[in-house]
Design a protein around this ligand. Sequence first.
Ligand code: KG4
Ligand code: ZN
Length: 333
Amino acid sequence: MNILGIDTSCDDTSAAVVSGGEEILSSIVSSQTEIHNKYGGIVPELASRRHIEMIWPVVHEALSAANISFDAVNAIAVCCGPGLIGSLLVGCGFAKAAGYARNIPLVGVNHLEGHIFSVFLEKDKPEFPFLSLIASGGHTSLFLISGFGQYKELGRTRDDAAGEAYDKVSKLLGLGYPGGPQIDRLASEGDSGAFDFPRAWLHESFDFSFSGLKTAVKLVVGKDAGLLGNPAFLADIAASFQASVVDVLVKKVEWAIIKTGIRTVVLSGGVASNSGQRKKINEMGREREAKVFLPSPALCTDNAAMIASAGYYHYLAGDTAALDLNPRAYLKL
Ligand code: KG4
Ligand code: ZN
C-alpha cells in the first residue's frame, strides 16, 4: 500500500512515498534555509509563498523517484497542524485538490504524530509502550506512547522549544539559521565547562523551560560584543549552552524511565540529530538498561515520510478525512 505524504508545516516543502507504512520509496525535502537565513529566523509570509511555488514540483519529484503515478497512490496523508497556518494551508489545499481530482482517500496527520512515527521507518522498531521525546524548533514534549493513537503527554516546554533556543542563541552569536547544526559543530571544539549556564529542572515535573538559558547566554555575550570575533569564545559558549540543553533533555527522560518503569525510549525532532544529545542519551540508556531508538538525522528533521508512516496507521484504522479538512496552527495530539 502506497501512501503519499505531504508536510508543509514550517519552512520545508516535503513529499514522500512510503510503502506499507515502513518502506521509504522516495523522500523529497525542499529547504527554504537560503530564503530565511538572512532574517535569522522563519518569515511566515515568505514560507507560504515558497510552498506554493514548490508543492507541485516536490510532489512530482517524490512520485517520479518512487517510480509511480497518482494511480498507484492508495491514500494521501497530509500534515494538518500544528504549524504556521499559511504554510499548512498550502499542503492541505494541495492534498485535498489532488485527492478530489484523482479520487484518492485523504488522511490528516498531526505533525507531532509524524515525528513520533518517524522511528517506524527504521529497520529497528520499538515495541509499545515507549517514551517519546520530541525536540524540534517548534516543540519540546515528552510523551508516553502506549499504542497507535494512545498518546499521553507527560510534559512540554513552558516557553521556548529546545530547537528554538538553539536558533535564538545562534542568532545572538551571529551564526545564522538554523542554529542547531552550527552550534552542534562548534560545540565539539569548545569547553562545555567554560560557562556555568542554568538548567531548569522544574522539580516534580516533566515540563521544560529554555528561555532562562537563552537569557543567560545573552548576558554573557552582551558584556563584550568584541568577544564574538573570538572563535574560542564562540566554541566555549556553544559547548556550554549545548551541555545545558542536553543535560535537561536527557535527565527528564531518565526521570520518566524511573517514574513509569518503561525502558524503551525514542527521540525525534530536529534536536534529536544533535551529536551531543545522541551520545548522552545512549550513555544514559546503557546505565538505566533502557533501549534507546534514534532515527537517522534525515528522519529527525522535518520530512514527509514520517507523515506517510503515521498516515498509514490512520488509513488502516479507517480514519480518513473529508474535503472539509482544515489545518490548525494549534492542534493538540
Ligand atoms: O523537526 P524540525 O526539522 O522542525 C520542526 O518541527 O520544528 O526541527 C528544526 C529544529 C531547528 O530549531 C534546528 O536548529 C534544530 O531542529 N536542529 C538541531 C540540529 N539540527 C537541527 N538542533 C541541535 N543540533 C542539531 N544538530
Ligand atoms: Zn517538525
